[in-house]
Design a protein around this ligand. Structure first.
Ligand code: NAD
Length: 500
């Protein structure tokens, strides 16, 4: 199928993609897919004003009726799953199976949100005063800005959007300017659902296209009580400062430098399969990608031999082809950052397998690399940083406690994994003295989370939680209510204040 047909299948006709300064390219071979207009500051201001007006109406629609809008959106996504999955592959470069998986994640979080729309539970609280009762209730918050990264061009917005909509908020989406087409195609389906829903006001959801400055405008805006931002730690730091300066809230999902530990009690065949997917899958461009591997000295060679073999034979190629497991990096700058990190590691004496740029006939304009295994005796500065590329640093360890300390010895705290069949090791890893990350897995790699759990991490990953569990509370405001059903004024803590 031609790129034009893939775009048309996702609802993006050539006439919509001809003007503007935002150039959409496919990392498959560098072909220009279209040009889009960036929103001017004035247009963004108008979209924010419309979101404020829409919020005032939407907050009064009962939550289960708000869930109906999300259900109707999800049905449209289901019908368009194949086209949307292919569009993700085309614009972000991830393989088709992962593109389809990402669309499935959009559907899953919508299902979750529809159920949640009948479960926005508060609390009843015992009052110390006679004939009083106390409640904790959750109210809609206001317009929510969602700033998203290129590597999950649909799912991360959906995690936020589905929850915010059932919570009674209006939404504004600033996608990465590397994946504007994915945003356009998906948002079109929400627009259609809104148009078909008599209770949904216009302006309930807006797409804001542009680069970082559009994100900065949203982050600084006083009419937006919550800015949910996914991307690099540098971006999160800027958003955090801008929202804090106006006492807004920031929900941050930032970078990761995720590790796995393989102990002598591990099932090595299972470990190897999980490690290769987590480190080389999505060409190492997941926030949860495995970047560091700590292997007990006694099983080091038994694990590394099959890993080196698997890395040497990974099928690299067009992400739209069924046999490909590793697609391209998003752009040339990502390849340069990868080569820079490998040069530093080589200088430090690393044994490196793979890592070279790969030229593919007919796809010369793409950015293909062979995933790299970088074996070192101990961590170095570069292995403590997130390089957003398929580099897996491997270290031997002696003591389990030392491996946990080494895993935690980075500035990020997103995801982590332990491979073992030893109960004591597993429970220690999951305990307060174990992994310091937001996500900790046993006998499963650090990537590929399900939507049911709260997703996010500690330290420079930003501390935010999105998706499942009680993450919805971030999109609402909490109110504590006290009701006196007696004719007497009674003060708490026995305070007397009698007036004549
Ligand atoms: P990025 O930080 O370059 O861009 C992310 C988004 O922020 C884009 O929409 C961009 O335009 C916007 N932006 C940039 N600077 C801004 C500013 N000062 N103010 C407001 N908005 C700004 O990230 P990327 O390269 O698109 O994505 C890769 C990064 O995202 C990696 O670090 C990865 O780990 C992280 N990530 C984290 C998660 C998570 O859930 N923790 C998920 C996906 C990606």
């Amino acid at each position: 199928m031609s790129y034009q047909s893939l775009l048309a299948a996702a609802g993006l006709g050539a006439d919509q993609l001809q003007h503007g300064v935002l150039i959409a390219r496919t990392p498959i071979d560098g072909t220009e897919l279209g040009r889009l207009e960036a929103d001017t500051p004035e247009r963004i201001e108008a979209k924010i004003a419309a979101a404020v007006a829409a919020f005032r109406r939407w907050r009064l629609v009962p939550a289960p009726a708000r869930g109906e809008l999300v259900r109707s959106f999800a049905e449209r996504v289901r019908r368009n799953k194949d086209a949307l999955g292919a569009l993700i592959s085309l614009e972000s470069g991830k393989i088709l199976s992962e593109g389809l998986g990402e669309v499935q994640e959009v559907i899953d979080i919508c299902d979750f949100a529809v159920g949640l729309s009948r479960q926005l539970y508060g609390l009843t609280i015992a009052s110390e005063r006679p004939h009083h009762h106390m409640l904790e209730r959750w109210h809609p918050l206001g317009p929510v800005a969602i700033i998203s990264a290129f590597n999950f061009p649909m799912a991360v917005w959906a995690w936020n959007a589905a929850l915010a909509l059932v919570c009674g908020d209006s939404i504004l989406w600033k996608p990465s300017d590397k994946t504007s087409l994915c945003a356009l195609a998906l948002h079109r389906l929400l627009d259609a659902a809104i148009a078909a829903d008599p209770q949904a006001p216009t302006g309930l959801s807006a797409l804001v296209l542009g680069g970082p400055s559009a994100g900065e405008q949203l982050a600084a805006h006083r009419a937006i009580p919550l800015v949910s931002a996914t991307g690099s730690t540098a971006m999160g730091r800027a958003v955090s400062l801008a929202t804090a300066a106006r006492f807004g809230r920031a929900l941050l999902e930032l970078g990761g430098n995720n590790a796995a530990i393989v102990t002598p009690a591990a099932d090595l065949a299972l470990s190897a399969r999980a490690i290769v997917f987590a480190a080389a899958g999505t060409a190492g461009q997941r926030c949860t990608s495995l970047r560091r591997l700590l292997v007990h000295r006694t099983v080091y060679e038994a694990l590394l031999a099959p890993l080196r073999r698997a890395y040497a034979s990974l099928p690299i190629g067009n992400p739209l082809s069924a046999e490909t497991l590793v697609g391209p990096l998003v752009d040339g700058a990502a390849v340069e950052r990868m080569q820079g990190a490998l040069a530093v590691a080589r200088q430090a004496g690393a044994r490196i397998s793979g890592g070279e740029s790969v030229r593919l006939p007919g796809l010369e304009g793409g950015h293909y690399v062979r995933p790299a295994l970088v074996e070192l005796l101990a961590p170095i500065d570069i292995s403590r940083q997130e390089t957003f590329a398929p580099i897996l640093y491997v270290f031997p360890y002696e003591q389990f406690e030392q491996a946990i300390a080494s895993q935690n010895d980075v500035s990020h705290g997103l995801s982590s994994a332990l491979f073992t069949t030893n109960l004591l090791e597993a429970e220690t890893f999951l305990s307060a003295e174990g992994s310091d990350c937001g996500i900790a897995n046993i006998n499963a790699g650090p990537s590929g989370a399900e939507i049911g759990g709260a997703f996010g991490g500690e330290k420079e990953t930003g501390g935010g939680r999105e998706s499942g569990s009680d993450a919805w509370k971030a999109y609402m405001r909490r109110q504590t209510q006290t009701i006196n059903y007696s004719p007497h004024l009674q003060l708490a803590q026995g305070v007397k204040f009698d007036i004549v």
